[in-house]
Design a protein around this ligand. Structure first.
Ligand code: 5RP
Length: 234
């Protein structure tokens, strides 16, 4: 099965997964990227079963509207029943690296107000340790060099994503060379650098459910807490 077929398969599985949350007054959060696009296209079939969506990027908003799904400003909405989005990497604790498409900040904001975060990935995104995928960090343009120096001091190698501005008018530094054994700590450290808007680690607010497309079908993964406090797939 090709990667696109896996993405499509997991998008369809997400639709089945969230179906019970759909009500005439429900507004759902929708992520950004090629997997999220497959989800949006599938969601169109159920557009009369819910009120509308909050988008995590301009591109997603445009695609939703193209299907006749109403897009709401997040400021009009107090809570989202569910947020569905892809990821660049996911570990066993359902902590994620996101932002390959540059939408990390809006994605993090939308995820933060969702009751449930359903992450949809193909098996190439499942990892033991986060960090092989360069970690995107959104930065105020004027702080590009100072933030890059601070990230280097933390042991990363930041590369400026040239020619790209986020929907918020900021730049992205992709940080190579990080082996992220404590994702929550790294998320906090990076967010504490003055000039960083946010970073692509979703560890403080990890996914609640990971739908993982494999050639044997889609697996549904959540985390159970062991006595030691660490999570495990089940
Ligand atoms: C965009 C993201 C995407 O979810 C992530 O990059 C995965 O993208 P794709 O589904 O195209 O592989 O975080 O900012």
């Amino acid at each position: 099965m090709s990667q696109d077929e896996l993405k499509q398969q997991v998008a369809l599985a997400a639709l089945q997964y969230i179906k019970p949350q759909l009500r005439p007054d429900a507004i759902i959060g929708v992520g950004t990227g090629s997997t999220a696009n497959f989800f949006i296209d599938a969601l169109a079939a159920l557009k009369y079963d819910f009120k509308g969506a909050v988008a995590s990027s301009e591109a997603t908003a445009e695609r939703l509207r193209g299907h006749g799904i109403e897009v709401f400003d997040l400021n009009e909405v107090s809570q989202l029943a569910v947020y569905v989005d892809g990821a660049d990497e996911a570990n066993r604790q359902l902590e994620l690296i996101k932002g390959g498409g540059g939408a990390l900040t809006r994605e993090k904001v939308v995820a933060s107000v969702a009751k449930m975060f359903v992450c949809i990935v193909d098996e190439s995104k499942a990892v033991e340790m986060l960090g092989a995928f360069p970690l995107p960090v959104e930065v105020l343009p004027m702080a590009r060099s100072s933030v890059a120096r601070a990230i280097t001091a933390l042991g990363g190698q930041p590369i400026y994503r040239a020619g790209m501005l986020t929907d918020n008018g900021n730049i992205i530094l992709d940080v190579h060379g990080l082996s992220i054994s404590n994702a929550k700590e790294m998320e906090n450290k990076l967010n504490n650098i003055v000039g960083v808007v946010t970073n692509g680690l979703f560890a403080q607010r990890s996914a609640d459910v990971l739908l993982l497309a494999t050639s044997e079908g889609v697996k549904t993964l959540t985390v159970i807490n062991t006595p030691a406090g660490s999570g495990e797939f089940y």
